[in-house]
Design a protein around this ligand. Structure first.
Ligand code: NAD
Length: 498
């Protein structure tokens, strides 16, 4: 049997490109490759950018009504066929179907927000800034936008960007993760079905070669990137040096501080949810629990008790948690448990000894809880990106905040407390982009914007919301003076009156 190969999607159709390089795409719950995906050459990326550039003039000039109708139809189709997409996400990423459904719901929200485009695109008008002189601003598309996305949200992260980019009149080349690439083609095909002209949304698959080609292509005006911190930093520097505007969202190590007055049952539920949802492969996952000494034993016991009820297995079988993305990643994450032991921490729940409802070859690791983790340990310092929750015991509010602010990352953070004053101080003092107060995963809704501080984000334009739309548009300010017939054609503007 020949292995199916996933093509690129260029100019409204599947396209193999010229490169003969491919990579395997696994079903992580089965542990076996299901298909190959093409890895684009520089020339292949060039062809996709050429298609996007050719589609740009007509799409840029299309009416607001045309673009709104596309978004509305796309939203309806996506909503109607969300189960189909969820199956694709589970088959290639491994997350359980309910997590896949949640990912799609968050993506749909951005499509719905993009329908606010007529309002967002409106300019300003100041009449008579001087006699007979008006100043107004308009927002125009930037051109061809390159989007580079990570494996952990193969539908949601592309949906953070392309609906807004397209709504604003840009055309797009999307380079999804090569580990779970099929969702991107599915979305691009759906967009054509919803009436999007060929060439407006293109997908190229690939690795570093494809990314580098996008970052340096002279016809790409803007880059939206989401991925790990080292690559985000590289993407930001490379694309900025090539003269592009860049938003590059990076990795995370999110803390959750639990104060003694918190509702410990609520905090334990939240920790389990935020630590192990999507097997911890979320940039907003909680990976460090800062427990104040006086309640730490009780909180750890409550979390361990809840973890005993979690079922890990094939995401299609109604489990709570699926496998990790690759065998290498699974082994790397499991390796941190050895580090924890060597560094003197206490493994309370060991995911290596869990049982799994799935194929023996799946990339399994059960939920893991490690207590008394030292802040000097790599278990604390590194972004592990798996189902591993580390407990660091702290003396109180201030040492907790100090640790959060000492972290090189600043994506998400949460505090659990019933003290409004403490919560307010927390919000003011932490240098983190997204803060939850008794909310473990504070992902902003689509009409606010998503992004972190420090090494969690490079660039100053957050994803989606008003910031996201602004990133995909550039402003023109026009100062105009017309001759005034009531004064015999003599203009009374700036020179005399300003
Ligand atoms: P990654 O950095 O390995 O890959 C991201 C993208 O970059 C992929 O498309 C990949 O093909 C490409 N890439 C990988 N290596 C490259 C290289 N050397 N040069 C150029 N391009 C390269 O990230 P990942 O493992 O796919 O995703 C997980 C990471 O993404 C985690 O660190 C997670 O925290 C982060 N993430 C962040 C956010 C956020 O909003 N801040 C959201 C989701 C994921």
């Amino acid at each position: 049997m020949t292995t199916p190969v996933l093509d690129h999607w260029v100019d409204g159709k599947a396209w193999p490109g010229e490169s003969t390089r491919t990579a395997p795409v696994f079903d992580p719950a089965l542990g076996t490759p299901q298909r190959e995906v093409r890895l684009a050459s520089t020339a292949d990326v060039g062809a996709a950018v050429a298609a996007a550039a050719a589609a740009l003039p007509q799409w840029r000039d299309s009416s607001i009504a045309t673009r709104s109708r596309f978004l509305l139809t796309f939203r309806e189709l996506l909503n109607a066929r969300r189960d189909e997409l969820a199956q694709i996400l589970t088959a290639e990423h491994g997350k359980v179907l309910s997590d896949a459904a949640g990912e799609i719901a968050r993506g749909l929200e951005v499509v719905e927000f993009a329908l606010a485009m007529p309002q967002l695109a409106k300019g300003d008008y100041s009449q008579n800034v001087s006699t007979g002189v008006d100043v107004y601003t308009v927002r125009e598309p930037v051109g061809v936008v390159g989007i580079i996305s990570p494996f952990n949200f193969p539908a949601m992260v592309p949906l953070w960007f392309f609906p807004l980019a397209i709504a604003a009149g840009n055309t797009v080349v999307l380079k999804p993760s090569e580990k779970d690439p099929s969702a991107a083609n599915w979305l691009a095909e759906l967009a054509v079905e919803a009436g999007l002209p060929p060439g407006v949304l293109n997908v190229v698959h690939g690795d570093k070669e494809a990314v580098d080609a996008l970052l340096t292509h002279p016809d790409v005006a803007a880059i939206s990137f989401v991925g790990s911190t080292p690559i985000a930093r590289y993407v930001y520097a490379t694309a900025a040096a090539a003269g592009k505007r860049v938003q590059a969202l990076g990795g995370a190590k999110n803390h959750m501080l639990v104060l003694p007055d918190a509702d410990l049952d609520l905090a334990a539920d939240a920790a389990v949810n935020a630590g192990f949802g999507s097997a911890g492969e979320r940039c907003m996952a909680v990976s460090v629990l800062l427990a104040v000494d006086s309640i730490a034993d009780e909180l750890v016991a409550k979390i361990a008790e809840r973890m005993a009820g979690l079922r890990t297995g094939d995401g299609r079988r109604g489990c709570d948690m699926g496998p990790l993305i690759t065998r290498e990643h699974r082994d790397k994450v499991a390796g941190y448990l050895d580090v924890a032991t060597a560094d003197g921490a206490e493994i309370v729940v060991d995911g290596r000894t869990a049982t799994f409802d799935g194929a023996a070859e799946g990339f399994w690791l059960g939920p893991t809880l490690i207590d008394k983790v030292s802040t000097a340990s790599a278990v604390y310092r590194d972004e592990i990106f798996g189902p591993v929750l580390s407990v660091v015991r702290v003396a109180g509010f201030e040492p907790g905040v100090d640790l959060i602010n000492a972290s090189p990352y600043g994506n998400g953070v949460a505090i659990f407390t019933n003290d409004g004053g403490a919560a307010r101080e927390f919000q003011r003092q932490v240098s983190v982009g997204m803060i939850g107060i008794n909310v473990p995963i504070p992902v902003p809704v689509a009409y606010h914007s998503f992004g972190g501080h420090k090494a969690s984000m490079f660039g100053d334009a957050k994803a989606y919301g008003a910031n996201g739309f602004a990133f995909f548009t550039q402003e023109k300010a026009i100062t105009s003076r017309w001759l005034d017939p009531s004064h015999g054609g003599i203009n009374l503007g700036f020179p005399q009156n300003s």
